[in-house]
Design a protein around this ligand. Structure first.
Ligand SMILES: Cc1ncc(COP(=O)(O)O)c(C=O)c1O
Length: 396
């Protein structure tokens, strides 16, 4: 989250003074309908028919989307080896098995490896737009279509950006966004949303996200049967913050892109520095600027000599599959009989999370450095950053 202030305070105050904090209420009795309004506005912004705001963050949005797609035991879902672990673990939550695939030079899911990894059990793929950088959706959608599998975009780190003129989250059958504190906008520390234009996916996701779905006014509109589910409903305070943050979003991204462009114009003048390829620099959110080195030794030499703020991909902690300890140990759920790795229907599915499964991803992460972009950086600060990179390049 980059910006928050008086506007959020004013909107939250209205909700508190209305004394109606639950998301369902009567507008004639002063209920502000913040969650309903957010969902309509968010769907419109992203370009989908439906949206659901969740208190359970991007993780809940992923889980509800998978549930909406009818993914379950006996199914494999392909996920990139470079993402936050929740992309993979959301698959386990619905009883299916995640299968790891390589990223390409852009650090988005490699469409060629996706195709190689598809098996008769594959039902879906979750491309991830890491750090506001779009995955190659055109090729991923083509592969998915060819093999008849669903696409769930993990756009948790790419909130409001686009790929080839269309917002991410609207390319696949469903999309998941995170509004936790560390994302481009926040609904107050935690929160997220799923989007889809598919009525069946929406209805099942709606039921899955509200343990009281049977008792909501919307229940009478549903074609899908209501099943026993979870509680990921957001409240009015969260939705009020999200609505104001949404109004800030395009401005934040415009500033991020402006600063990133100025930084990259400076970097282009430095011999020896190579930018990380990007699937669509125009749609990219501008959260980071990527540099790709020949090898890890060079990358680390640059980092040490430049002192620039950022991180080497391999140091990105739990975003690297070799650090996904609970998954590697196949520890899922609280009871062994509820662990999808023990389900009879999952017997024989690929469940290999050893360090050697995605060597190309590790190799790329060892030599790809991300400079973090501050949307409020001054010209002077940008000049300093570029000068630091100049010093770093001398060490190559
Ligand atoms: C790529 C990715 N997917 C999923 C999530 C999960 O989002 P949340 O923490 O809001 O549940 C995150 C959050 O860090 C993420 O970065």
């Amino acid at each position: 989250m980059y910006r928050i202030g008086q506007e959020e305070i004013a909107e939250v105050s209205k909700v508190i003074l209305s004394k109606q904090l639950f998301r369902v209420g009567d507008p004639n009795a002063g209920h502000l309908q913040e969650a309903d309004r957010f969902e309509q506005e968010w769907a419109q912004k992203i370009g989908t028919k439906y949206a659901l705001i969740m208190c359970g963050g991007g993780t809940a949005a992923l889980v509800c989307s998978l549930a909406g797609m009818g993914i379950g035991p006996g199914d494999e879902v392909i996920v990139p080896a470079y993402t936050w672990m929740a992309t993979a673990t959301s698959v386990l939550t619905v009883g299916a098995i995640p299968v790891l695939a390589e990223v390409d030079e852009t650090l988005g899911l490699d469409p060629d490896d996706l195709e190689r990894k598809i098996s008769p059990a594959t039902k879906a793929v979750i491309p991830v737009h890491m750090m506001g950088r779009p995955a190659n959706m055109e090729r991923i959608m083509a592969v998915a279509k060819k093999h008849g599998i669903k696409v769930l975009e993990d756009s948790c780190q790419m909130v409001g950006g686009s790929y080839k003129g269309k917002r991410t989250g609207s390319w696949g059958d469903a999309g998941a966004f995170s509004f936790n504190y560390y994302k481009i906008i926040s609904s107050g520390g935690e929160g997220g949303a799923m989007v889809t234009s598919d009525r069946e996916i929406f209805e099942r996701a709606f039921v899955y996200h509200d343990s009281g779905a049977a008792f909501r006014p919307k229940a009478s509109e549903l074609n899908e049967p209501i099943f026993v589910a979870q509680q990921y409903r957001a409240d009015e305070v969260m939705a009020a913050i999200a609505r104001i943050q949404m109004q800030r979003l395009d401005g934040i991204i415009a500033d991020l892109r402006k600063v990133r462009k100025a930084v990259e114009t400076g970097l282009a003048t430095i011999p020896g520095l190579k930018r990380t390829p990007n699937n669509d620099i125009e749609g990219d959110c501008g959260v980071v600027s990527g540099l790709q080195f020949e090898n890890e030794k060079q990358a680390r030499a640059f980092i040490a000599a430049s002192g620039v703020g950022g991180y080497l991909g391999i140091d990105h902690g739990k975003h690297v599959y070799t650090n996904w300890e609970p998954l590697i140990a196949k520890r899922s759920m609280h009871h062994p009989d509820m662990n999808p790795f023990n389900f009879p229907k999952n017997k024989g599915l690929r469940a290999n999370y050893t360090a050697d499964v995605c060597p190309k991803t590790l190799e790329l992460l060892r030599r790809t450095f991300f400079i973090t972009i501050n949307p409020d950086a001054t010209e002077q600060e940008i000049e300093t950053l570029v000068a630091k990179c100049q010093n770093g390049a001398k060490a190559l």
